[in-house]
Design a binder for this molecule. Structure first.
Ligand code: PGA
Length: 257
């Protein structure tokens, strides 16, 4: 189990960079800047969800980060082609995984698959980052119940004593990959709904152990606002984690906030 470093700054490389060589160069440059930072940073102060085939090599060269995957299978060991199960991720040095990013959901992941992924990942002691978020917003506030129902279904197979290793990433789909993030206020409202759903599932004491983070067009300009006013324990960062300078700036800003 990974010690939780708060704030949780998690980069999502998606399908970048193009080669392992580029990935190693990135990590070396990032760690060089990390060591030289003027802010007092923890020994390990960032998380990076990298392409799965890079994990073991990146783990070897990363000094200041935790390395993880972008998806995992909920099917147990056996005869399933093209899937990677949590124990396999752990054995490559991965300490965490994202689950159900909206780009994975779009490719047809079902609610049942999601519930199995989350349960197996947590049972395997991977720090498990479950992504949830509405497609669009409506005036009636239905998006809040959509998020709450998603959480209840996705966690239906998880026993409450595993909640301390769970992170919920609130990622409104309309804010991912665009130019307009949620406002900290919009974020805060959904964080409350997420916490309400968690409490109704397992009670307040276990619900409190879950970290909630925000993702969707996070930049070095807006990162601090979410930490200060959005009610979150960290950030999930796509594009701004894919260049060394912007990712390092966000790490500095968030650890310095
Ligand atoms: P973005 O991506 O920061 O580029 O919007 C966020 C994500 O997909 O997790």
């Amino acid at each position: 189990m990974t010690a939780h470093i708060t704030p949780l700054i998690i980069g999502n490389w998606k399908t970048t960079p193009a080669t392992l060589k580029d990935a190693i160069t990135f990590i070396k440059n990032l760690d060089k800047k990390y060591t030289a930072s003027k802010i007092k940073l923890p020994k390990k102060g960032y998380y990076l969800a990298v392409p799965e085939v890079f994990i073991s090599e990146i783990v070897k060269c990363s000094v200041h980060g935790y390395i993880g995957a972008q998806n995992v299978s909920g099917i147990s060991l056996g005869q399933t082609t093209g899937e990677t199960i949590p124990s396999q991720l752990l054995s490559t040095g991965s300490t965490f995984t994202l689950i159900s990013h909206s780009e994975v959901r779009k490719r047809g992941e079902t609610g049942d698959e999601r519930a199995h992924k989350v349960a197996l990942s947590l049972q395997s002691k991977l720090l498990t980052i479950l992504c949830v978020g509405e497609q669009t917003r409506d005036k009636q506030g239905n998006y809040l119940s959509i998020v709450e129902e998603d959480i209840k279904q996705s966690l239906s197979l998880v026993s409450k004593n595993l909640f301390s290793n769970l992170v919920i990433a609130y990622e409104p789909v309309w804010a991912i990959g665009g130019t307009t993030p949620a406002t900290p206020h919009e974020c805060f409202e959904v964080v409350i709904a997420i916490r309400r759903a968690l409490s109704s599932l397992v009670g307040i004491d276990y619900a409190k152990k879950v970290k909630v983070i925000y993702g969707g067009t996070v930049t070095k300009e807006n990162a601090h606002l979410f930490i200060q006013e959005g009610g979150v324990d960290g950030l999930l960062i796509g594009r701004a984690s894919q260049t060394v300078s912007s990712f390092m700036e966000i790490i500095n800003i968030c650890h310095g906030t």
